[in-house]
Design a protein around this ligand. Structure first.
Ligand SMILES: NC(=O)c1ccc[n+]([C@@H]2O[C@H](COP(=O)([O-])OP(=O)(O)OC[C@H]3O[C@@H](n4cnc5c(N)ncnc54)[C@H](O)[C@@H]3O)[C@@H](O)[C@H]2O)c1
Length: 259
């Protein structure tokens, strides 16, 4: 059994990491200030973890809880691009200074590894495919800057302090416990919410698979209005819904188009 700290563990992704670690029989401490996360995300395994309501910007708290920890899964962040545009200083404080404090406390406590949430926003609008981790950062928002700076700090802490760090550049993650009201990557939970009202016992046994495609405009003589491309087509997002029954069989259920 190892000891883990999950910062942001009451959030969408952090609560899944916590659940997995608990399921593997590890000791888990969740540090979360509940600014965008929820204690109810931890409800199913609340009695098996230590939950600390506090901030990654609190150095004294980090120094207190870090000793004896094997691995830190650092997920705590202000994970909103629009919020970072409105409040760049707040994003900087939590996402950069908070991460730096986590790295420092981990280094001083001799933690074996820090695995932290980086972001695909580091790629900006680069059109190169496939994306590769060694592509240079091209941040387009204060949020993206903070996540990219975390990567630079991570590398430096590994190089000069011997603290192994691993940054995972998440793309758009979606699934159970994602807040449909979140401003971040919220389109998939909105699709799910659309279907959730159909009386499904467990709407999250269904997956919404988004597909960007071109709708053919019906009828001749349609105006070539804003957003329309050649031949009266315009891009749209279609949501296909797949369901899984209790035996694990999957099948297409429905689809809706959104423009
Ligand atoms: N969801 C995605 O698609 C996605 C994509 C790229 C990167 N990320 C990154 O993954 C991580 C988790 O994102 P998420 O989608 O689960 O978001 P989330 O908002 O559900 O989780 C973030 C958690 O961090 C907590 N938090 C915020 N500030 C804190 C602070 N000062 N101290 C302690 N806890 C604090 C929040 O209360 C919340 O529980 C974030 O670092 C985010 O930037 C997410």
């Amino acid at each position: 059994m190892s000891r883990y700290i999950v910062t942001g563990g009451a959030g969408f992704i952090g609560s899944h990491i916590t659940e997995t670690l608990v399921g593997q029989g590890h000791e888990v401490v969740v540090l979360d200030d509940l600014s965008t996360g929820y204690e109810h995300n931890l409800a199913a395994f609340r009695d098996k973890i230590e939950f600390i309501k506090g901030s990654i910007t609190d150095e004294a708290l980090l120094q207190k809880i870090m000793p004896g920890t094997d691995v830190v899964f650092h997920q705590g962040a202000l994970a909103s691009v629009p919020r970072s545009v409105a409040e760049p200083l707040a994003s900087n404080d939590v996402n950069i200074t908070g991460t730096l404090k986590v790295f420092i406390a981990a280094k001083e406590a001799g933690v074996r590894r820090v695995v932290y949430a980086a972001s695909s926003s580091a790629y900006g609008d680069s059109e190169t495919l496939p994306k590769r981790e060694d592509m240079p950062g091209k941040p387009l928002s204060p949020y993206a800057v903070t996540k990219y700076v975390d990567e630079l700090y991570g590398k430096v802490f590994t190089d000069i302090y011997d603290l192994p760090t691993v940054g995972l550049r998440y793309f758009n993650v979606f699934g159970p416990r994602q807040d449909p009201k979140s401003e971040y990557a919220a389109v998939i939970p909105l699709f799910i919410a659309l279907y959730g009202g159909r009386g499904a016992a467990d709407p999250w046994r269904r997956w919404a698979i988004p597909r960007l495609h071109l709708h053919r405009e019906r009828g001749a003589g349609q105006p070539q209005g804003r957003g329309r491309g050649r031949q009266g087509r315009r891009p749209g997002l279609q949501c296909g819904l797949w369901r899984e029954d209790r035996s694990g069989r999957t099948g297409r259920e429905d689809s809706r188009a959104h423009r």
